[in-house]
Design a protein. Structure first.
Length: 197
């Protein structure tokens, strides 16, 4: 599937990363405003994507050029995520960490903002992060397993092996103490393995 328009008008687009999809919900608008389905299990199943989300998360980031990431949960609570920016704009980054995947160690960056309402479906075995492009950005996650502190992990945002271009143009990003201390991938103990979905 390269691109599919579902019965309810949602467009699902395959990215260059195996099993990772851009989701463009069908937004209905009139003089009052707009309405959209944030997620429909039936719509995803129509596209051959079998996800059942059990937890919703929301973050607020005050300043532009803040990086959150690169995060994941390790087995047995590895998470797939459906993410969207509901206020402001971010550039969302995902990295395929599944050993044996045809896109292992490759990454993409997708602009998510409150205007076009694009979402990104991030499968298990990927690292995820984003950089805010506006102040006062709000970001929503739906995940298919519950948060587990012991399984919480990450890799360094600027790992030279991955070579992610965050578009900083010489500016210094704002980072949490936790994100500064993540290891590079080659020193990480994380082991995700590719399994065709």
């Amino acid at each position: 599937m390269e691109e599919l328009i579902t019965k309810n008008g949602t467009k699902i687009i395959q990215t260059k990363l195996e099993d990772c999809y851009i989701v463009q919900p069908n937004v209905h608008g009139d003089h009052r405003g707009w309405f959209m389905e944030v997620y429909s299990e039936r719509t995803f199943q129509e596209a051959g994507l079998n996800y059942h989300f059990v937890q919703g998360n929301r973050s607020f980031t005050a300043c532009k050029n803040t990086i959150r990431g690169l995060h994941f949960q390790t087995p047995p609570t590895t998470q797939a995520k459906l993410v969207e920016c509901t206020k402001g704009a971010v550039d969302d980054v995902v990295v395929d960490l599944r050993i044996g995947s045809p896109t292992y160690k490759e990454w993409i960056m997708v602009r998510l903002d409150d205007r076009d309402k694009t979402q990104l479906l991030v499968p298990k075995g990927f690292a995820h992060g984003f950089i805010t492009r506006t102040d006062d950005a709000e970001f929503n996650y739906q995940v298919n397993d519950f948060y587990s502190g012991p399984d919480d992990g990450g890799i360094l945002w600027n790992d030279p092996e991955l070579g992610i271009d965050w578009g900083l143009h010489g500016e210094v990003p704002i980072l949490s103490d936790k994100d500064i201390k993540h290891p590079v991938l080659s020193e990480s103990k994380v082991k995700f393995y590719y399994k065709k979905i």
